[in-house]
Design a protein. Structure first.
Length: 250
């Protein structure tokens, strides 16, 4: 007796294996719609005939405009040419040495010690007028060192001497320090400079800025031009760069 024929089982279809590792995380190229990269690139592009959107401008903080440089030639030449090759003013035959506790003595001994340390051999004369204003004069052969550029060293020594004279005293004593008659020559030169500057400002119709000066020198310029019918003056800037400006009248 024959056995019925057995049916052969058809082979089962195997499911495709899922990729592992990095391959599993990477998107398949077939999953990405065709042309999506092109759409992504041009989705924000302007339409034909449309101007592109302007880029946002970053606000940049601008530095303040530099102050115009004051004219220096006349100032420098006038104040320094006449001080070149000058003959030193001889010291008086006799100079009193004052008590170190008096204002005259304080100024005298302070400057003699200061100049000795600077390597400059000077004689110092000090005298007060009726108002108590103390005038101090230095005599010697190498006083250019004590004057300095535009008198800056002389001004510094005057300031230090004033501090020494008035230290611990209730009553204030004004001190003026000079050498080689520099203060008087400088005042005369400033007055001549003011006159020339006023003429130039009136002739050109433009304001003229002078070089920075200390308050004393600025007062000389203002005072010398206060009655001038062609110009007015005022000061601009902050110390130590404050300077006089000469403006033509309209």
């Amino acid at each position: 007796m024959k056995r019925p024929a057995e049916k052969k089982a058809s082979p089962e279809k195997k499911a495709p294996e899922k990729p592992r590792g990095r391959a599993a995380a990477a998107p398949q190229a077939a999953d990405k719609p065709r042309g999506s990269d092109v759409l992504e690139r041009f989705k924000n592009a302007p339409l034909p005939g449309q101007e592109p959107a302007p880029a946002k401008k970053q606000r940049v903080k601008q530095a303040p405009a530099p102050r115009p440089r004051p004219s220096r030639e006349e100032y420098r030449d006038e104040l320094h040419a006449e001080m070149q090759d000058r003959e030193p003013i001889p010291a008086p035959e006799h100079i009193d040495i004052h008590d170190p506790e008096t204002p005259e003595g304080r100024a005298q001994h302070f400057l003699m010690e200061m100049t000795r340390r600077m390597g400059v051999d000077v004689q110092v004369e000090a005298a007060a007028n009726e108002e108590g204003h103390l005038f101090v004069t230095m005599y010697g052969d190498t006083l250019g060192i004590l004057i300095g550029r535009r008198g800056e060293t002389l001004d510094a020594l005057q300031y230090l001497t004033s501090l020494q004279v008035n230290r611990g005293r209730e009553e204030y004593t004004r001190v003026t320090l000079d050498t080689e008659n520099y203060r008087a020559k400088r005042e005369e030169a400033l007055i001549r400079l003011a006159s020339r500057t006023a003429s130039r400002a009136a002739r050109t119709g433009s304001k003229v800025s002078l070089e920075p000066m200390n308050p004393y020198e600025r007062r000389i310029l203002h005072a010398s031009l206060q009655d001038n019918p062609s110009v007015t003056t005022h000061s601009e800037g902050d110390e130590p760069y404050r300077h006089v400006v000469v403006v033509p009248k309209k």
